[in-house]
Design a protein around this ligand. Structure first.
Ligand code: ADP
Length: 543
C-alpha cells in the first residue's frame, strides 16, 4: 500500500522558492573583481536568477544543455547556481586551476554552450576559445562599462544580459533525478571525469550537511565558504545556506588571502568558515604576524586533505575556534564524514581527545561506509585494520558523465571505491591513512604518509611537508620526507629525523629529508604526490 503523502520532487527549485519566501532578507556579501564589497539579499539573488533564466532562453540554450562557469565565489556565481539549474539546464563549474589541455577537454566533453567567466580569466579564455568547439557565447561577469576590449567575438557583459530581461519567469517542473550541476575531478591520472549531481542528491546532501553532528548550520550562522564554488559546489553551502537562511560571505578572488579573510570574518561576524588546510595556514600566519583576531568565529570545517594537528591546536588555543575535520570527495557531493564529539567523550584526557579529533569523523545518515581488504572482504572496525574505503549513499555518484556502463570504481553491490585507505575504530570514527596510490609499502607493511606529514608540520621550522615512498632494494620502499622550511629557518636534517623518534614506530621514520623552496600542488590545492614521485624517481635512499 502506498502512503498518501505529497510527492513534490526534491529539487533545488524548492530550496530557492522556500528561501525566497522565508529567508528573502538574509544577506549575501561578496567581494568581486569589480566591487570591493557587494551586499545583496537572497531575494535579490533569486530575482536576478529569473532574469538569467530568461536570458538563457533568449540565448537558445535548450533544457538539459550545459552552461559553464569559470568564476570565484560571489553573488553572480550564486545566481548561476540557481538560474541555470532551476531553469532545467546544467551548470558546469569549471576549475580555472586545471591545465589548459584539461580545460579544453572538459569544456568540449561537457559540450558547454555558453561560458560565463570572471574578468580575470579573459586571457585564459581567449587562449582557449579556438579549441572550444561547442561554446557560442561568452559572458563576462561584469557590468557593460567594465567590459574589457577583447579578440573574442560573441562577448557580452553579464549585467547587460540581465538588464535586457524581465524578472518574471515560470520555473519549470523538473524531475528530481534531473541533473543540476556538473563538476569534473581534477584527474591526477588520465582525463578528468565528470560527476553529474542531480536535484535530488543535492537537496538530500544539503539537508544532511545542516544536521547538528554534521556542519550544524542554522539561520543564526554567518557562513564563509573559502572552498571554491568551482570545486564540489563549495561543499554544498550555496544550497544549505539558502535552505536554512544563513548569511553568506563570499570572498571572490581573495580565497587564500589571510588579510582579507580576517577582515571579512571580523566585519561580517562570520561564525563558521569552511576550507582546505592550506587556506587556514594562510589565515593563521596572518593572525600571528598582525596580532589580529577572529572573535566571532566559532568553528571551522576542514577537509579536502588531512588537517595538521598544529592547525587545530592553534585555532583552539589562541582563537577559541573549534575545528571539525571532515572528509569527502567530488564523487560524494562531497560530504562523507564529519568529526563531532560523541557523548561520553568529555571525560577523555586532552591527549585522547586530540587523537580522536585528528580522525576524519563518523558517518552521516545518507552515506554508509566500510573498509575492505584486497580480497574484497570487509575488515573489522577496530581502529587498527587498514582497508580500501568504500561508500554507498544518496549523494554518491553511480557513474560518470558521458560514460556508459561500470566505471570500474563500483562493485557489483553498488559500493563505490573511494581510492582512500582508512581505519574505522569501534566508535565509528574513520581515519584516512592514505590514498591507495600514495601508501608506502616497506618490508610488506604499510606506512601512512599522512601521519608522518602531520607530525612533520608540527615542527616549528616546517611550513609544509610531504612524504613519498622511494624505492629501496631491501625494503621495497622507504619514506622520504620533503620539507619546505618556515621562512628564515634552515632546519637540520638529522634533527628533523630525530623529531619522529618516539612518536611513531622506528621503522616508519623517514631515512632522509630533502629541503625544497616549494612543493607542487594540484588544481585543487593539494600537494601533488604524482609530480613529487616523478621529481624524485631517481632518488636513492641513504640507508
Ligand atoms: P581531487 O583532489 O582529485 O580534485 P577531491 O577534491 O574529490 O578530488 O578529493 C577527494 C580526496 O581528498 C579524498 O578521496 C581524500 O583522499 C582526500 N581528502 C578529502 N578530505 C580529506 C581529509 N579530511 N583528510 C584526508 N584526506 C582527505
Amino acid at each position: 500500500m502506498r502512503g498518501k503523502m505529497m510527492t513534490t520532487p526534491l529539487t533545488i527549485t524548492e530550496i530557492m522558492r522556500f528561501a525566497d519566501r522565508h529567508h528573502g532578507r538574509t544577506e549575501v556579501v561578496s567581494i568581486t573583481a569589480d566591487q570591493p564589497l557587494h551586499r545583496c539579499t537572497f531575494n535579490d539573488v533569486f530575482r536576478r536568477a529569473r532574469q538569467l533564466a530568461n536570458a538563457l532562453s533568449r540565448l537558445g540554450i535548450a533544457p538539459g544543455e550545459r552552461v559553464a562557469s569559470l568564476a570565484w565565489n560571489d553573488y553572480r556565481h550564486l545566481e548561476l547556481y540557481y538560474g541555470v539549474a532551476c531553469a532545467g539546464r546544467v551548470l558546469h563549474t569549471v576549475n580555472p586551476r586545471l591545465f589548459a589541455e584539461q580545460l579544453v577537454y572538459i569544456i568540449n566533453h561537457a559540450e558547454d554552450r555558453v561560458l560565463f567567466f570572471d574578468v580575470a580569466f579573459l586571457p585564459l579564455v581567449e587562449a582557449l576559445a579556438d579549441k572550444l568547439s561547442t561554446v557560442d557565447a561568452y559572458v563576462i561577469l561584469t557590468p557593460a562599462d567594465k567590459l574589457p576590449g577583447s579578440s573574442l567575438s560573441a562577448l557580452q557583459s553579464y549585467e547587460s544580459l540581465l538588464e535586457a530581461e524581465t524578472d518574471e519567469y515560470q520555473w519549470p517542473v523538473l524531475d528530481e533525478n534531473d541533473a543540476n550541476l556538473l563538476c569534473y575531478t581534477s584527474g591526477t591520472t588520465g582525463n578528468p571525469k565528470g560527476v553529474l549531481y542531480s536535484h535530488r542528491s543535492t537537496v538530500l546532501h544539503a539537508y544532511a550537511s545542516c544536521m547538528p553532528d554534521a556542519m550544524r548550520l542554522s539561520q543564526q550562522d554567518t557562513v564563509l565558504p573559502v572552498v571554491p564554488m568551482f570545486h564540489v559546489n563549495a561543499w554544498g553551502t550555496p544550497y544549505a545556506c539558502a535552505m536554512i537562511g544563513a548569511k553568506m560571505v563570499l570572498p571572490g578572488p581573495k580565497m587564500a588571502d589571510g588579510e582579507t579573510l580576517q577582515r571579512l570574518i571580523e566585519q561580517e561576524e562570520v561564525t563558521i568558515a569552511l576550507g582546505v588546510p592550506t587556506v587556514w595556514l594562510a589565515l593563521l600566519a596572518y593572525l600571528r604576524d598582525s596580532g589580529k583576531t577572529v572573535p566571532s568565529l566559532e568553528r571551522t570545517v576542514v577537509g579536502g586533505a588531512a588537517c595538521p594537528p598544529s592547525v587545530m591546536e592553534e585555532f583552539e588555543q589562541k582563537h577559541g575556534v573549534r575545528t571539525h575535520h571532515a572528509w569527502g570527495m567530488t564523487e560524494m557531493s562531497p560530504l562523507g564524514t564529519v568529526n563531532s564529539p560523541l557523548r561520553g567523550m568529555e571525560s577523555l584526557s586532552a591527549a585522547e581527545k586530540d587523537a580522536v579529533r585528528l580522525k576524519q569523523g563518523r558517518g552521516i545518515f545518507g552515506v554508509d561506509m566500510k573498509i575492505v581488504g584486497d580480497d574484497g572482504e570487509e575488515l573489522p572496525w577496530d581502529g587498527e585494520a587498514f582497508g580500501n574505503l568504500k561508500v554507498k549513499g544518496w549523494w554518491v555518484c553511480d557513474g560518470y558523465f558521458g560514460e556508459d556502463g561500470n566505471s570500474g570504481a563500483h562493485d557489483e553491490d553498488g559500493w563505490f571505491a573511494t581510492g582512500d585507505v582508512a581505519t574505522i575504530d569501534p566508535l565509528g570514527f574513520m581515519q584516512i591513512t592514505d590514498r591507495t596510490k600514495d601508501v608506502i609499502k616497506s618490508g610488506g607493511e604499510w606506512i601512512s604518509s599522512i601521519e608522518l606529514e602531520n607530525l612533520a608540520v608540527a615542527h616549528p621550522d616546517v611550513a609544509e611537508a610531504a612524504v613519498i615512498g622511494i624505492s629501496h632494494e631491501k625494503w621495497t620502499e622507504r619514506p622520504l620526507l620533503i620539507v619546505v622550511p618556515e621562512e628564515g629557518t634552515s632546519p637540520d636534517k638529522a634533527e628533523l629525523v630525530a623529531w619522529f623518534k618516539g612518536k611513531v614506530a622506528d621503522w616508519w621514520i623517514p631515512d632522509d629529508v630533502v629541503l625544497v623552496d616549494e612543493l607542487p600542488h594540484t588544481a585543487t590545492g593539494k600537494i601533488s604526490k604524482v609530480m613529487l614521485r616523478k621529481q624524485f624517481a631517481d632518488y636513492s635512499s641513504q640507508s
